[in-house]
Ligand binder design. Structure first.
Ligand code: NAD
Length: 371
């Protein structure tokens, strides 16, 4: 593998604390697995505002656009509540996602065996859940025009949003879903509401057309309300779920709760491929900057570290290394290591850095077992 450039933006709140553990993990792979990456760092969010007066400096955006992947901690916090909206920390993250045109959001829901009991579902339903939601992120009803609140001639106020999708927006999203399915169990469920929505009719047509290019991947179609029901009734039936922005927003939060805590949930946002064939990509935990626990050294670093696992798999093409990392995470959980957010009654909660120590140890053990 030729050297790849990663940009780490730790951000605010617990961001720098979990990023510190991530740095150790990256260093472990560099040292022990000959991972060839250069890890550059910069500021984003409130930290960038404090330094540059903007939550995303142009120079940072340039670095992000030139990197093979961006790893982000989290942004935001009460310190910046009084700042003008366009200078808030979250505006920096939104700009980064927009400028990189990250149109596909990937959220895995995987039931880690040691945390099965923290799921909101009974063990029988949750055991074996391993699915990926691929959500369209830059189109649909959150962006469609016309939109707004206006006053009608009869005096009533009207709130209006527009659900609109073009075939190429659907096509590129489905392409990502099929590619991901090929690295998993070769099944895509395309989710829409073509029984009542015209955009859903187009979605189903385009999904079927794209599916013909991937004859080795099974495609089925499901209405979104049925999908919500199946996620809590029979979640093991899914491999990859491909859906629009609104349905994906709801279904991914629903799927997240199948597997427990926010502190465990990684995500990826992918964009178009460059001429060199590399997709623009941002990897980040699903959670925010957790100001209530920032500075206490108790944050769970695993969502951030598992996001790096997704980066190994999807940006660096190193699925076996990602598996090694995931095995080590399962190993430390089965040895009983828990930060406070995933500790059950009777568990002793450990600090962020102890979790990092345990992971480094487990990585060594997992490697020895593999070799
Ligand atoms: P949050 O995700 O930061 O926290 C919600 C709860 O989960 C808190 O009790 C927190 O302590 C806990 N939690 C979150 N991550 C954890 C971890 N790794 N380990 C242990 N516990 C964890 O959401 P919030 O409180 O609604 O938002 C706080 C700030 O984060 C706000 O400024 C918000 O705008 C920002 N935010 C940023 C992002 C992002 O950077 N992508 C996402 C969501 C929220």
């Amino acid at each position: 593998m030729t050297g790849k450039r990663l940009l780490l933006l730790a951000g605010d709140g617990i961001g720098p604390e979990i990023a510190a553990e991530l740095r150790r993990v990256v260093a472990w792979f560099v040292e022990n697995r000959n991972l060839q990456v250069a890890l550059e760092e910069d500021l984003v969010g409130g930290a960038a505002y404090d330094r540059h007066g903007t939550p995303l400096a142009d120079s940072t955006l340039e670095k992000a656009s030139g990197a093979d992947a961006v790893l982000l901690g989290a942004v935001g916090g009460p310190k910046w509540d009084g700042v003008a909206r366009h200078h808030r920390p979250e505006a920096g993250l939104l700009r980064l996602r927009k400028e990189m045109d990250l149109f596909a959001n990937l959220r895995p829901a995987y039931c880690r065996p040691a945390l099965q009991s923290s799921s909101s579902l009974k063990d029988d339903y949750i055991a074996g859940v391993d699915l990926m939601i691929v959500r369209e992120l830059t189109g649909g009803v959150y962006f469609g025009e016309p939109r707004g609140v206006d006053r009608m001639p009869d005096g009533r106020r009207r709130g209006l949003d527009t659900q609109v999708y073009y075939d190429d927006e659907i096509e590129r999203l489905l392409d990502v879903a099929f590619e991901i399915a090929r690295s998993r169990r070769n099944k895509v469920t395309s989710v829409e509401k073509s029984n009542v929505m015209e955009s859903g009719v187009l979605w189903r047509q385009v999904a079927t057309e794209v599916g013909q290019r991937y004859p080795d991947v099974e495609l089925d179609h499901m209405y979104s309300d049925n999908c919500a029901m199946q996620l809590v009734r029979a979640p093991t039936r899914f491999d990859v779920i491909a859906t629009d922005n609104l349905f994906g927003d709801l279904l991914s939060d629903c799927a997240a709760m199948l597997t427990g805590s926010l502190g465990m949930l990684p995500s990826a946002s992918l964009g178009a491929r460059s001429e060199a064939g590399i997709r623009k990509a941002l990897y980040e935990p699903v959670h925010g900057s957790a100001p209530d626990i920032a500075g206490k050294g108790v944050a769970n670093p695993l969502a951030m570290i598992l996001s790096f696992g997704m980066c190994l798999r999807y940006s660096l093409g190193l699925g076996a290394e990602a598996e090694l990392l995931e095995t080590a995470v399962d190993g430390l959980l089965s040895r009983g290591f828990r930060t406070a957010d995933i500790a059950g009654p009777g568990d002793r909660a450990v600090s962020t850095s102890s979790m990092g120590d345990a992971l480094i140890e487990e990585l060594g053990d997992a490697l020895e077992r593999r070799e």
